[in-house]
Ligand binder design. Sequence first.
Ligand code: NZQ
Ligand code: ZN
Length: 391
Amino acid sequence: MENFTFYAPTYFVFGRDAEKETAKYVKRFGGKKVLIHYGGGSVIRSGLLACVKDGLDSAGIPYVELGGVQPNPRSGLVYEGIELCRKENVDFILAVGGGSTIDSAKAIAAGAVYDGDFWDYYQGKIVEEALPIGTVLTISAAGSEGSPDSVITNDNGMFKRGATGEALRPKFTILNPALTQTLPPYQTACGISDIIAHLYERYLTNTKEVEVTDRMIEALLLTMIHEGPRAMEDANNYDARANIMWAAMMAHNNSCGVGRSQDWTSHDIEHELSALYDCAHGAGLAVVMPAVFTYNMEHNIMRFAQMAVRVWGCQMDFEHPEKTAKAGIEALRQFLISIGMPKNFAELGAKEEDIEKLAHTACYGDVRNGTLGGFVELHQDDVENIYRLMI
Ligand code: NZQ
Ligand code: ZN
């Protein structure tokens, strides 16, 4: 295991009606003037936004609002949010919604206290200062509710890039699984796919002797394989939703990623697809993951075989472990298809003729240096080959 530091100070409030306590936590973490940030309207329709505003009104905490965050959140709205915060002397950002809303809130929080262009953070500058952020989560997926990361698409060139920094970890997060019961099945499935991807990105490591985090990842994957279909079958299954919600947070707050190298190839390759075609991140990952794993399998067959046996229940073939490794990747692919995820480029709305451009942007776009991948170092031709496996 490698040396590491780990500090994840988010205060979690979990369970039915938890959103009614939002104002209490805004106050506890020093919010005196709040920006409420939300998406395309689901929180209006569900009554969640009204509930949160009622709470702030009762607590005497003033607020301004900025809605309209799109899935794959855009830089344009971030600039608008930064201006609004400065004009209104906002000192606390409250994200009410999904990962896109939380990521946009994080970008605003960092940009509002920074003299330069907030995009600097999405080109590699670490976020050391930001306004405090609280979140009320409505979809189990991205894990942004407990992560120090934010992913934004730049309108200028449609690059999708991430920023990171401990200052971006939410001060508190409200998790009421019942709030996810209004999700359309497709979005529930996209969330399941993304959670699984966050676990694979950490499992695919070159670090030896990481049994504790291997076992944590396997446990979370087994939970998703059990609970995912239950939530798909019955959208109102609170217990399935609750287990998925906590798994999503655990999968990405990095408690199971410490002390080991991580991969993130599937994410980098997917981000180009959601930037260009505006597909859902989880749907893109469902197509990308089997292709990336098939391409990289030879690098460490035993790691894929271990996953196949421990998580997917495959029989170990000691003479031909590559067969076991392949069976595990196929089991993942079939699972994702079974919950309604797309299986190839066409179903995602992606085009074969864009492959060279996609691979070039993944490797060289914005501030990239020509390679990607923490498990296997990949170059543009490798990335093109991986995209071709998705056709
Ligand atoms: O915009 P509204 O109207 O709220 O509708 C949303 C949106 O259309 C809807 N939705 C959310 N909760 C709902 C609901 N509809 C009905 N009932 C509810 N309870 O679902 C749609 C998707 O929402 P979005 O926030 O985009 O989903 P998600 O949480 O999957 O976030 C995706 C974004 O997170 C980024 C992705 O790249 C993508 O841009 N990621 C962020 C990470 C991070 N910050 O740590 C890590 C991830 O790997 C990921 O890259
Ligand atoms: Zn993801």
